[in-house]
Design a protein around this ligand. Sequence first.
Ligand code: PEP
Ligand code: MG
Length: 882
Amino acid sequence: MSGERYVFDFAEGSAADRARLGGKGAGLAEMTRLGLPVPPGFTITTAACIRYQQTGDFPLGLLDQVWAALERLEARLGRRLGDARDPLLVSVRSGAPVSMPGMMDTVLNLGLNPAAVEGLARVTGDRRFAFDSYRRFIQMFGNVVLHIEHDRFEQLLAARRLEAGAATDAAIPAPQLEALVADYLALVAERTGKAFPQDPFQQLVMAIRAVFDSWNNPRAVVYRKLRRIPDDLGTAVNVQAMVFGNRGPTSATGVLFTRNPNTGEPGLYGEYLTNAQGEDVVAGLRTPAPIGELAQELPAAYADLERAASALEAHYRDMQDVEFTIEEGRLWVLQTRTGKRTARAAVRIAVDLAREGVIDRAEAVRRQDPEQLRTLLYRQLDPAASLTVLATGLPASPGAAGGAVVFDADEAERRGNAGERVLLVRPETTPDDIHGIVAAQGVLTSHGGMTSHAAIVARGMGKPAVTGCEAVVIDLEARQFTVAGRPELGAFREGTFLTIDGASGRVILGEVPTVEPDLAPEFLTLLEWADGMKRLTVEANADTPEDAQKAREFGATGIGLCRTEHMFMGQDRLPVMQEMILAESPEERTAALERLLPMQEEDFYGILAAMDGYPVTIRLLDPPLHEFLPDAQETERELAQALARGDEPAVARLEAVLRRTRALAEFNPMLGFRGVRLGVVYPEIYAMQARAIFQAQARLLAEGRHPVVEVMIPLVAVPAELERLAGVVAETCRAVEAEHNRSLPYRLGTMIEVPRAALVADRLAEYATFFSFGTNDLTQTTFGFSRDDAEGKFLPAYIAEHILPDNPFITLDQEGVGQLITLAVARGRSRRPDLKVGICGEHGGDPASIAFCHRSGLDYVSCSPYRVPIARLAAAQAALAG
Ligand code: PEP
Ligand code: MG
């Protein structure tokens, strides 16, 4: 037969066929190739799904190919679909090229009908099992293919359970299950107006169609949008022989990770349920047992599982997430994929694998997601805080999070989007709750294990989660929860503030203070490896000796931006600063500056000492002076009070303040009297700062320390500005050198924060030995956006409407601002080949922007101390990417 092939046996494919066979199909094929015990079957390609989506019908030849593959499968197993003696049963599962867990549909036990179920009962000698399989099939098929609400089946099930006096579904005896099958068939007839399809071939065709259709169900569509997965990938369909984990005490089903996905520790980690089917584990309705217990319960199968796990890890060179079933003592591997993991585990696993020789160090560095690693730098609960622990559940996803309790995803989304911190609290979550998890600070569920939906999704998003916290008893209707065994606490209503600790599983009443994180040794190792691979130097933006210390601890090799304005904000300094600003004459101003001088000198001394041996780039005063003056309205109020009191000195002082505040008021402070413009008009301010720097440097040198001083002028647009202020700094330096009788080497540099500076970069390089791109301002001035106005008013619309791809204040606008950077680098270096160039805007800590800086030939990036480890890693990844 000619025409496109849409159907492939598992034995024919491999991992390379992911686009065509989907992730699941390619995985099954690859495992089959590896010789693992995989139940046989075949895959219908994504191309068939795409054709189906385009035309609404199966492509020509598809069904013939399905029947041929089914015949091969039947021949292989010696069992036939629908056979009344020993029926073959199959599962029909979706599987897209990109993992979309739980988003699309699955039908299990397909092939059962009144004759086959009797056959199954006979060959297994287990009537209960046969009818339980049949009722599960009708229920799933009824829900997924015939669109009958799940609840309707559950009600009938509950009624039969009650009638049998059974505590659980597993305890319902065969006669009630047979009766239940009749109930289900009647329900289907009532809801669809047709008898349940009992022809197994018709069942298969309908199930394939339903899986194709599920590609476009609302939750799959939302998920794709959220993850930016293209809509035209399509899903493959896997038809596979069923194996049963619910055939008695030597059968089981479970999920395992080949290493601990929370900590990265080696050794199998997971959960299983004896005598159960896969959906029982994922649904989180029964709480499963830890995998270690299987070693006692079914030792031979456990040993097989360990062997399979290590074969999979060796083959895929990464930690795997494996679904398995044990059927009467025999292990079957159903699925494997690269396991999702916490940031901590990602680091530990990569470092361990590199040490084990499975991957190399570059691969270990390349595999990290710098954004995810941020969670390692998360603050943790303050151990000194006194905690009101209400309950403890499973530590499903680390980090501490607090928020007002909400009980449904829609409410979480509504309140979260309104800016409120909320905690989503549910009995368990399903794929329909994704939007609520996105909007919440964290998730707390009363049921479900470490591999429940809530746990997996939260870990993927890097959000704290506590699952299986059975003591939290949720009453969704009353919108409140109580704590089991603690009646004295009463009920907690929606809106109660809770804190969860995803690292310990604790659920705490109220808001808890947090502290600095501890960096794991593996993380430090990984960062050391990264340092050996990167070209960019990573410096920090730090204004205090404490920040400088933190920056050193996080591995910064310098301070790329020390903003000096914060130094004037303290209680002892602000009044002197205000005096300086209010001064009516140069003499008055100089007097105030002389009082500020020793304070500044101490600041610089502390920072240069903390960074001994590494460069410290000190930026001279930048913000408009009115920022240091009190609010005009506030002053007016005080003035009125002083007048009423008849306090004349106060009146005179407040009038002066008000006069000056009004004089300094600006229409557009962002573009106003700030930066080097202050230095031009009041050179004595910059001279004082320069003196403080050089005096601190002289003292440190005298003490045998190694201060590396860089003085930076902000907001320069005109070369003459820089020439003028470079002169002021040089003159001050010479004076201090003479006073201390020692040479005080320093570099002078400029920030590039306005387009004009970038354009005249060659001229600026005549005076500057380094450039630092202040991309916060450069983004503002290039776009003509004032950041606060943009982010508050129109930028969200720009991003939603795809006018801009990202917020340019977070991820560097390479198309525009980036062009100015490359141009300025080239022009600057044309004049001064050894010009040192870096970036100190917030983009200096953003991985994509760091990659751009690497490609553009910058020498360093500077970012907040907390982002330094991320930047070191991103810089290494940029270098590895070439
Ligand atoms: C900048 O503009 O990018 C910068 C670092 O300066 P500031 O944020 O202090 O304006
Ligand atoms: Mg700036």
